[in-house]
Design a protein around this ligand. Sequence first.
Ligand SMILES: NC(=O)c1ccc[n+]([C@@H]2O[C@H](COP(=O)([O-])OP(=O)(O)OC[C@H]3O[C@@H](n4cnc5c(N)ncnc54)[C@H](OP(=O)(O)O)[C@@H]3O)[C@@H](O)[C@H]2O)c1
Length: 332
Amino acid sequence: MIQRHTAASSGSGPSFFGRRVWVTGHRGMLGSAMVRSFENENADLLLTARSELDLTDKTAVMSWMRANRPELVFHIGAKVGGIHANSTLPANFLYENLMIQSNVIDGAYQFGVEKLVFVASNCTYPTNAEQPIQEEALLTGPLDDNIRAYAVSKIAGIEMCRAYRKQHGCNFVSIIPPNLYGPGDNYHPQHSHVVAGILRRAHEAKIASAPEFSVWGDGTPRRELLHVDDLASALKYVMLAPTTHDLYNIGSGHDLQISQIATILAEVTGFEGRIVYDTSKPNGTMRKLLDSSRIRSLGWAPRIDEKSGLRGAYADFLSRHPELARNGLASQ
Ligand SMILES: NC(=O)c1ccc[n+]([C@@H]2O[C@H](COP(=O)([O-])OP(=O)(O)OC[C@H]3O[C@@H](n4cnc5c(N)ncnc54)[C@H](OP(=O)(O)O)[C@@H]3O)[C@@H](O)[C@H]2O)c1
């Protein structure tokens, strides 16, 4: 386990000063953003890589918690993937996430964790939910078939936090973000999310001097994007705020058409050809804009606009994947 003491003054009001803070999944995209965000806090960060602590292993999780006694938990670690991975490995998504959540959430109760923030996903909302989607829309309709197993696992996590609040008085809060992007994203050709997938294809087309690159669907669906650093700041805000609800949407508050996202990414990567839309591929859900007024009323707001955020994401892609930066065609 890595135990990192981060430095800063204690200031006044609630803070992470001297607190034992466990960030699960700290090597992933959001987890690393959380770790970055703690650079100037005086906290005892408890970080467990999968090789040292497999979160699906109940005995190991309980004995780690008994020995390390985290006070605050950001539960971020999960099996995560794009539509392809979700539709081909539904059993893995459901089993692993249920096991991970049950162990971390029940462990947090057993070992008296003061507050736990659980990261769910916007795919937990019904496909026909009224837009912008309010927290009350949860469990009011059918889910997207392609990601149902993952969505059900995340709904179970939200309900588990609710049940432990109700039965045991635990201060466990769930949050729902939209599509994330930023440093540390996964650019795998089959396993990436919307931004990383389009960014990689635009980059490869530029490197190959191709006349065009293609985007799945007709480009009209809309997606709300949030930079991971904004989500990290929101999670910390929720952890320290006197939250009264058990569920908060955390979004940017607006969405873009996939075609607008592709245009920005073509500009960011320097691709000057055409963007074509592959209408033989599914559009997916047409819109999933979150109503984030509940978190806004607590006083949190995002800071990173899409253009500068996507520029930073591309710089991170180039620095982390020099083999792709050179020829754009190597497989990850
Ligand atoms: N990315 C998005 O657009 C998005 C959108 C909505 C919600 N979310 C949620 O946000 C959270 C973080 O997502 P992310 O994109 O940062 O995912 P990610 O990059 O795949 O990171 C997931 C982390 O969880 C760890 N993990 C998975 N299974 C584990 C296990 N059995 N034991 C220990 N560690 C395990 C992974 O470890 P390894 O490093 O060893 O693989 C990784 O560090 C997830 O809960 C996800 O559901 C993400």
